[in-house]
Write a protein that binds this ligand. Sequence first.
Ligand SMILES: CC(C)(COP(=O)(O)OP(=O)(O)OC[C@H]1O[C@@H](n2cnc3c(N)ncnc32)[C@H](O)[C@@H]1OP(=O)(O)O)[C@@H](O)C(=O)NCCC(=O)NCCS
Length: 148
Amino acid sequence: MEIRSPKTVGEFKQYYELRWRLLRKPWKQPKGSEKDDKEDEAFHIIAKEKDKIIGVGRLHFNSEDEAQVRYMAVDKESQGKGVGSRILKELEGIAEKNGAKRIVLNARESAIEFYKKNNYKIIKKGHTLFGSIRHYKMSKSLRINQKI
Ligand SMILES: CC(C)(COP(=O)(O)OP(=O)(O)OC[C@H]1O[C@@H](n2cnc3c(N)ncnc32)[C@H](O)[C@@H]1OP(=O)(O)O)[C@@H](O)C(=O)NCCC(=O)NCCS
C-alpha cells in the first residue's frame, strides 16, 4: 500500500469521490459538498492499493502554529486495518515539518475512539452537521512543543 499525495487528475477525482461517498452521500448531500475553499492550499494524502484509492485525508493550516485535519475517510472494506492511522501519521508529519505546534480536528462522535487511539484529546463539544452528526473538537500537541 502506498501513502502519498495524489498526483494525477484521475487520482484527485478518486480522492474527492471517496470523500463524497463516505462523508456526504449517506446524508444525501450533493456532489461538490465534499470540497471547501481550502483545497488549493491544503495537503492531500491518499492510501492506494493496486489501482484503487482506499483512504484519504487532508491537512490545512489555521495559523502558523495550528494545523487542522479534515475529511478523513477509509473505504468500508478496508476499515480497522490501520489505514486511517497511517494517513493520519503522514498528515502529522507534514504538519510538523511545516512548523505546526498542534493539530486540531472536529471528530464525528463515531470517530472519537479512532482519534483517541491516535493520542488526540477532546477539547469541547462542537457543531452538529446535517442536523444529526454531533462533532467534538479534539487536539494533539506535536513533539516540538508540548504546551497547547
Ligand atoms: C474513522 C476512520 C477514518 C478510521 O480509519 P481506520 O482505517 O478504520 O482506522 P484504524 O484501522 O487505523 O484504527 C486505529 C484504531 O482505532 C480504532 N477505531 C477505528 N475506528 C473506530 C471506530 N469507529 N470506533 C471505535 N474504534 C475505532 C481501531 O479499532 C484501531 O484500534 P487498535 O489500534 O486497537 O486496533 C474510518 O473508520 C472511516 O472512514 N470512518 C467513516 C468516515 C468517518 O467517520 N470519518 C471521520 C470523520 S471525523
